[in-house]
Design a binder for this molecule. Structure first.
Ligand code: SF4
Length: 382
């Protein structure tokens, strides 16, 4: 009887009775570090994937199998280092860098036209799920320029990986009802970028396709479409020299997002600090001081959905995965790609990420990120 029950105490700690007493372990409420890492499944997946790429080698191995000695199998002791393994709970994937907008402050610019084959992307995501990923956010570039790719990724994440949350950050211009009817059921959160409710301001800082107005109307349209389908709506706003004194209270109330993420314009070398750092954009003239950012926040503080993110809170608190499935390290004020998950697996790739887990939790990186299943649409389309 003594050791055959899982006993949980008032602090959500398992009680260990092996020594005749009751020794509490660590609490389930401290999820920052998970001690038991599922080390076998990712290794098996990784191996199978590489084998599938080398069919000739596989057939040689198979033909040699009868000649191989049968060795006894035993699970090795888990190395000490695994006990403090970093868990990639929430991952931001940038599948490609193309965009139809030209925002001056963009910090993920069109430096190449790559996108992985769908199966390779799925393989890397499966490895991440085995390592503890619960939420996947897709960002860009404009992700909806590859609508089938992202739709199939979300479907895979929900149906096969059982992720708690799938979300997407996009500029709203390429979202269609047809896509939502097919893939909306796999999406928990739709985050739409909208920096201003003055069309001229959007055009002034490049939040437009070829200088055309219409961004704001489309944001409202997409928000309605998502609401009808039970998808949570989030609005992302970048505060710059052009909008730090804008009053957005009424418009945000109308859109009524469950989160309004407000970012301070961020400079990253090699992305948005001019040609001298190899950047395609230059946002130096858009940067605001801390006091201006604070003034914007103070002006909108009555809005409960407001989630501010200063440069300090933003820096290093995201796990960013590029088009080659390499984590991006921003610790030095630029973006350095690490080794690909497809080459070295998740644990090794994470060592290159420069991720600050404390910052992630401090900026409330974990929130209510799953759509409300009770909020199903009336429409019989899906
Ligand atoms: S919408 Fe703007 S910020 Fe977003 S990827 Fe395109 S250019 Fe960059």
């Amino acid at each position: 009887m003594r050791d055959s029950y899982l006993n949980l105490d008032e602090d959500m700690r398992f009680l260990n009775c092996q020594d005749g007493g009751k020794t509490p372990g660590r609490s389930l409420l401290e999820p920052r570090r998970i001690s038991v890492a599922p080390i076998f499944s990712p290794l098996i997946d990784q191996t199978l994937w590489h084998l599938s790429k080398m069919s000739a080698i596989v057939s040689n191995i198979i033909s040699a199998l009868p000649k191989l000695p049968i060795l006894p199998f035993s699970r090795p002791e888990e190395p000490e280092s695994n006990k403090e393994r970093l868990v990639p709970v929430s991952v931001n994937y940038f599948p490609h860098r193309q965009c139809n907008y030209h925002c001056d402050f963009c910090f993920h610019t069109t430096k190449n036209m790559k996108i992985l084959p769908l199966d390779d992307a799925k393989h890397a995501l499966r490895l991440l799920a085995h390592a503890g990923m619960k939420k996947l956010n897709i960002s860009g570039g404009e992700p909806f320029l590859q609508p089938v790719f992202i739709g199939e990724i979300f479907k895979f994440c929900k149906e096969e990986l059982n992720l708690e949350s799938c979300s997407i950050v996009n500029n709203g211009s390429k979202v269609t009802e047809k896509w939502l009817n097919e893939y909306g059921q796999y999406l928990d959160v739709m985050a739409i970028s909208c920096d201003s409710f003055d069309p001229d301001t959007n055009i002034k800082q490049g939040r437009t396709e070829n200088g055309k107005p219409g961004h704001i109307d489309q944001v409202f349209r997409v928000v309605d479409w998502c609401r009808e389908r039970g998808i949570k709506v989030k609005i992302n706003t970048v505060v710059t020299i052009h909008n730090w004194d804008e009053d957005m209270v009424d418009s945000i109330r109308q859109l009524n997002p469950f989160r309004w993420k407000v970012f301070q314009c961020l400079l990253l070398d090699s992305e948005n600090t001019g040609a001298e750092t190899g950047s395609l954009r230059d946002a130096r003239h858009l940067v605001i001081r801390e006091e201006q950012f604070q003034e914007f926040l103070d002006h909108h503080k009555e809005l409960e959905c407001l989630v501010p993110e200063s440069n300090t809170a933003m820096k290093d608190s995201y796990l960013l995965l590029d088009e080659d499935m390499c984590f991006l390290n921003c610790q030095d004020g630029n973006k350095r790609s690490g080794r690909s998950i497809l080459d070295v697996g998740v644990e090794e790739a994470l060592k290159d990420a420069g991720f600050d887990e404390e910052q992630f939790f401090d900026r409330m990186g974990v929130f209510d990120w799953t759509r409300d299943t009770k909020e199903q649409p009336d429409s019989p389309d899906w």
